[in-house]
Design a protein around this ligand. Structure first.
Ligand SMILES: [Zn+2]
Ligand SMILES: [Zn+2]
Length: 254
């Protein structure tokens, strides 16, 4: 509805009331769902109790480079990190990959369940917030999506995750640091070397101010590390001194 002479001014109390009303309407239209099984939650729940065991934080010992669980402390690095050279300093992988986590992430990416990311952001801040803060980061940098994919999906899941973590830890989020210049498709059909080469060509540094010295990349899944590496080497090339990574899930070695 259009008011003659423009919209009426909204005072702060009625603004707050509208905000509350909006929340109520939204939660009745789109009731909060469990990020794991997608069932509608009871009031106050963030995840259904039976799904809590599906959230398995990555268990120590961890690979000193990528952060996945490894079989023994002595090894220091996982097999993947022994075979490759990565440009980032070290990374965190929050959760052990499982069918449930994989389905949850697929619903975020392909079925519009962006609201799960607020749960995962809170989980990330709760599990590794202190460690992230100890790194004196200048910003969180989400792994970019190509603009065509962004248009189709409507959001970049890595960016929304970074935003929630940034909000909770009071860290800036700086998506402009990287661009995805090519739409990489069907990476699954490529071997690891081809995949890495394809990713390297797809990611370019964006606007990187001199004050951006220490960043943490944010992404959903860590597999071979090709995406994180392409982002890291682009940032390194642009002069960023400290580069870390945080991925929501990855496969442990054992
Ligand atoms: Zn559930
Ligand atoms: Zn590793």
């Amino acid at each position: 509805m259009k008011f003659p002479g423009g919209d009426p001014p909204i005072s702060s109390w009625s603004g707050a009331l509208l905000g509350e009303l909006r929340e109520t309407v939204l939660s009745s239209l789109f009731p909060p769902r469990c990020p794991i099984c997608d069932r509608v939650l009871s009031p106050g729940e963030r995840i259904c109790p039976s799904c809590i065991p599906c959230i398995r934080p990555m268990q120590r010992p961890l690979c000193l480079k990528c952060g996945r669980g490894i079989a023994s402390e002595e090894a220091e690095l996982c097999e993947n990190c022994r075979r490759r050279r990565f440009s980032f300093d070290f990374g965190f992988i929050l959760l052990e990959y499982s069918d449930e986590i994989s389905e949850s992430i697929a619903r975020i990416k392909y079925h519009g369940r962006r609201e799960y990311l607020s749960f995962y952001g809170e989980l990330s801040a709760g599990l590794i917030g202190e460690r992230l803060l100890s790194l004196s980061l200048d910003a969180l940098v989400p792994v970019p999506l190509h603009r065509e994919r962004l248009r189709r999906r409507g959001y970049n899941q890595a960016e929304l995750l970074a935003e929630r973590i940034g909000e909770l830890l009071k860290l800036p989020v700086y998506p402009a640091a990287l661009h995805r210049v090519r739409n990489t498709k069907a990476l699954k059909n490529l071997n690891p070397e081809e995949r890495a080469r394809d990713m390297q060509r797809a990611i370019r540094p964006g606007r990187i101010p001199d004050s951006l010295r220490s960043v943490c990349l944010v992404d959903d899944i860590f597999t071979t590390g090709a995406t994180i590496e392409a982002c890291s080497s682009a940032l390194r090339e642009a002069g960023v001194a400290k580069i870390y990574s945080l991925c929501l899930a990855g496969r442990a070695e054992r």
